[in-house]
Structures are given as C-alpha cells and as structure tokens.
Design a protein around this ligand. Structure first.
Ligand code: PRT
Length: 283
C-alpha cells in the first residue's frame, strides 16, 4: 500500500484530486476528511497542509506527494521528483515599489526584504554575494513595503495582479515552479511497482492534456500532403471510405496548434474534420 499526500485545501487541492481521479483512483473526498482509502488501488490519501507535506514525505509518513517545487526547495528536504505535472505554475520573485530604481540584484545590498521563503531567499542572496535584512512573514507579504516594513519582497507570482494592485514591480525571478509528483527515496525502492504504476498513469494523463485527436476525410491523392501536416505519434491511421477514392485519416495533434492545423488541412482538401479530447496517451 502507498500513502499519497495532497494538500487538504488551497490552490493545489482541486488539480491534485482531479489528476488522481483521471488516473482511475476512486476516492471519497468528503470535506474535512484527513485521510481516505482508495477503493480500487492499494493506496491511502493523506490530506495535509501544503507546507507540512515535504517533511512528511522526507520522513516516510507519506510515500509520495503532489507539491509545488517552491515548497520543496524552501524546506530543503531529500525527496525526489518523479514527474512534472504542468499545473500550479508560478515563480518566486523579488519585487520592489514601482517608484524605486532597480538595475540589478546588487541594489538589494543592505535592504530589508520581506518573505515567506527565507531559505530560498538566503541562498539566492548568498549566490549573489548580497547581505540583506530578511524579515520572515507568513502572509500578505505584498503589503510590507507600503507599511514601511520592507524595501522589497520575495514572494510567489502567477498572474502578477497582486503585485500590480500593490504598486510593486517584479525585478528578479529566483525560481520557476510547478507542481511535481515527489517521492521518498526509500519508499521508491520498497514500493517501486505501485509508485511506478501511478507515475505511469499520471504521465499518460498529463501528456494527453497537450494533444487532441483529429479525424477527417480526404481524397486519396491528397493523403501524402495531409499526412505531412500531421506530426502524430507514428504516422496517421488510414481507413478507406465506402465512397471510392476517399479515405479517413486519424491522428493526434498538439492542442496549441489545433486551429493552424485545421486551416492547413482545409487547404489540402480535408472535409468533415472532427477534433476530440484525448484522456490518456501511452507512447
Ligand atoms: O495552508 P497550506 O500550507 O496548505 O497552503 P499554502 O498557504 O502554502 O498554499 P496555497 O494554497 O496558497 O498555495 C499552494 C501552492 O500553489 C504554492 O506552494 C505554489 O506552489 C502554488 N501557487 C501557484 C501559488 C500561486 N500560484 C500564487 N499565486 N501559491 C500562492 N500564490 C499567491 C502568492 O503568494 C501571492 O499572494 O498568489 C498571490 C499572487 O498571485 P497573482 O496571480 O496575483 O500573481
């Protein structure tokens, strides 16, 4: 049996639960629950505070977890990433009031910096030979400069709207982060079959999110032309139509290029183009 830690509530919760469910795990996630048995996979879900999870994984209370790279970096624990999951993307950045001049990290010398990420900030400052006065606060870091607590902040940014609302400008990115699947190294050896089984499922679900399934009809003399537009997995599947000299082509295309691909397919004579969702993709 493996123990999987996910955030109890907060920004990572919905995406984590959805991913586990798309991996086929049947979970009762009633509100307020602290742990739940998975009904159809030998696993137990532990609902924990995000900031506590790295230590729980490091000491083996949980075998694997879904966590942002930012917290793992901050907690400086020996746990290993098995897979980047593509959600909860953000960056840990230095920001200062719009009106202050800032040309390089050297401008932080001797300044007060407010943050909830002291370890990551110290290591960044040390790498850049900067001595600064670090103030640790656990929330609303963005208001620190306007109340006179700090000259700069070091905090997570995603859309940038919180910085904008607080008249702050992002100056230096310390770390880019997204959610990863992490594991305890000992658990990875001891429970390799189960952990790998889940990692493989997650990888198939995550990969599928970037692709769509396309099928369309095309005159046979245009098949080569249409195939050259489709990157696909190997090469497109060709199914003859009852109507003579026509075939149906099936393939996968990158979601990001869906409309460009449709335009190109139309140009070479494709008809009846259907695009549908791919839920799992095993290569
Ligand atoms: O209480 P617990 O320990 O469980 O949770 P938490 O307070 O540590 O976490 P939570 O739910 O706030 O965030 C969980 C994880 O989501 C973080 O550790 C990051 O990995 C990830 N994440 C992604 C973010 C953001 N984006 C984010 N924008 N975490 C926080 N923010 C905050 C940021 O601190 C700032 O206040 O959002 C604000 C900035 O957002 P924008 O969009 O205005 O730039």
């Amino acid at each position: 049996m493996i123990k999987i830690a996910i955030q109890k509530s907060g920004r990572l919760y919905e995406d984590s639960i959805q991913l586990l469910k798309e991996c086929g795990l049947s979970i009762d996630n009633a509100k307020g629950q602290l742990k739940a048995q998975v009904r159809n996979f030998p696993a137990e879900i532990l609902y924990l505070r995000n900031s506590d999870i790295p230590n729980y994984v490091a000491n083996g209370i949980a075998d694997i977890a879904i966590l942002g790279q930012n917290v793992v970096e901050e907690k400086e624990v020996n746990i290993h990433s098995l897979l980047a999951l593509g959600f909860s993307k953000c960056r840990l950045s230095i920001a200062t009031p719009n009106a202050t001049s800032y040309s390089s990290v050297k401008d932080l010398e001797g300044k007060k910096i407010a943050t909830s990420y002291p370890a990551t900030l110290y290591s960044f400052l040390q790498k850049n030979n900067i001595t600064a006065d670090v103030h640790v606060i656990n929330g609303s870091v963005e208001i620190a400069p306007s109340i006179g607590l700090a000259d700069a902040i070091c905090d997570l940014v995603s859309s940038g709207s919180t910085l904008f609302k607080n008249n702050l400008t992002e100056r230096d990115i310390i770390l880019n982060s997204e959610a990863h699947l992490y594991c305890n190294p000992q658990s990875y050896n001891d429970k390799n079959d189960l952990i790998e089984k889940l990692r493989f499922r997650m990888e198939s679900v995550i990969r599928a999110r970037n692709f769509s399934y396309v099928l369309f009809n095309i005159p046979n003399d245009k098949i080569d032309l249409a195939s050259s537009i489709l990157p696909g997995l190997k090469s497109p599947t060709i199914v003859p139509l009852i109507e003579e000299h026509w075939s149906s082509l099936h393939s996968v295309i990158e979601k990001a290029n869906t409309w460009e691909t449709i335009d190109e397919l139309k140009k070479v004579g494709a008809q009846g183009i259907l695009i549908s969702k791919v839920s799992k993709m095993v290569v």
